[in-house]
Design a protein around this ligand. Structure first.
Ligand code: NDP
Length: 330
């Protein structure tokens, strides 16, 4: 019996990069003390950058992309990860410099794996993915800085995307009133269904603005960066916190220190890739209690490995709504 498994492999070519679905064997995988039978992967913005080559995300060629996976441990020599454990992996350079989640099998360091809470299935873990776990990291940053529902509204930018959709669902369950900023007016009902109270046109925030604006929200989850982040900061109430995790509009920060020195605003930077294990475990524990799974289902679409390559360009174009789960065995 051959021990092959299916994977997406991206290779470097003179003309750019090529993507194909191939059969590999365990010998093709990289080093690691745990092998996982992957059930599901996902598509995040960074996967879009890797799949299209729009940014130099891939650092090893050829590579199986996919920065997330969820599955069951098949073999392990790691001290605390056991055969049969249900695990999720987010980041740690997987899908960048180490073979990733777009495969039926993965071999990684056990230190990179989070054991899933009982109430989160492998499919739901993939639906949450890096985008959803990052949304939770943003919300934890707001909470740690004392942003509570009585302090005021929360602005979520890039609202109809992955980070934005999960952030809205969690914030509304926690009792926050959410203002969703989107470029897709057609998604207003979708965003309200996730728990947003107000919808604003992202154009309100995407142009160069003033250093200080009207105080409109107590906190922000920003997936967009650039002028949007600067305007979000300028509209934050005295003492509020802005969690910055994304760059969908741009990586620049063309703003002023005025909100920081005149209103005591905190800008909290959010990194999911190298976040320490304790922070991850805490985030996944909170996701188990504070994310309504019916709302998660409502924002999730399901695809197979063959559907993944074209979706890379779609997510970069801002055309993907919510989250995508990739069933690697379908
Ligand atoms: P998505 O593509 O799912 O969501 C991004 C959303 O941003 C889009 O849906 C769109 O929302 C909005 N958007 C897209 N282009 C623009 C633009 N030019 N100007 C303003 N808004 C725009 O991506 P993810 O949710 O997966 O990721 C969101 C961001 O967060 C990405 O930049 C990603 O790299 C970053 N990220 C960072 C992490 C970290 O560790 N710091 C981890 C995870 C993600 P709408 O249509 O509603 O306007």
């Amino acid at each position: 019996m051959t021990d092959t498994f299916r994977a997406i492999l991206v290779s470097k070519a003179d003309s750019g990069q090529t993507t194909e679905i191939v059969d590999l064997t365990p010998a093709d995988l990289m080093e690691g003390d745990v092998t996982v039978a992957v059930d599901y992967s996902t598509i995040n913005y960074k996967d879009g950058l890797a799949l299209t080559g729009a940014a130099p995300i891939i650092r090893h060629w050829p590579l199986i992309p996919g920065i997330d996976f969820a599955g069951k441990v098949e073999s392990s020599s790691h001290a605390s990860i056991k055969v049969g454990d249900r695990v999720v992996l987010n980041g740690y350079g997987v899908g960048e410099g180490h073979h990733g989640g777009y495969a039926q099998k993965a071999r990684v360091k056990g230190d990179w794996l989070v054991r899933l809470p009982d109430s989160i299935s492998n499919e739901h873990a993939a639906a949450i993915g890096t985008a959803g776990y990052t949304a939770m990291l943003c919300i934890r940053a707001l909470e740690k800085n004392g942003v509570t529902p009585d302090k005021g509204d929360i602005l979520v930018t890039g609202a109809a995307g992955g980070v934005g959709s999960v952030a809205i669902a969690i914030l509304s369950k926690l009792g926050f009133r959410v203002i969703a900023s989107t470029g897709r007016a057609s998604e207003a009902d979708y965003l309200k269904g996730l728990g947003a109270s107000d919808i604003i046109d992202r154009k309100e925030l995407s142009e160069k603005g003033r250093p200080l604006g009207k105080e409109r929200w107590a906190g922000v989850v920003d997936a967009v960066g650039s002028h949007t982040l600067v305007n979000a900061i300028a509209g934050t109430m005295y003492g509020g916190t802005v969690a910055a995790c994304g760059l969908a509009q741009g990586m620049d920060l063309p703003g002023s220190v005025a909100p920081f020195i005149l209103r005591g605003i905190t800008l909290a930077g959010i990194d999911s890739v190298m976040a320490p294990m304790a922070k991850r475990v805490e985030a996944w524990k909170r996701l188990a209690t504070d994310l309504d799974l019916a709302r998660l289902d409502a924002m999730t679409s399901r695809v197979t490995l063959k559907d993944v390559p074209p979706l890379g360009a779609e997510i970069l174009a801002g055309k993907v709504r919510g989250r995508i789960v990739v069933d690697v065995n379908a």
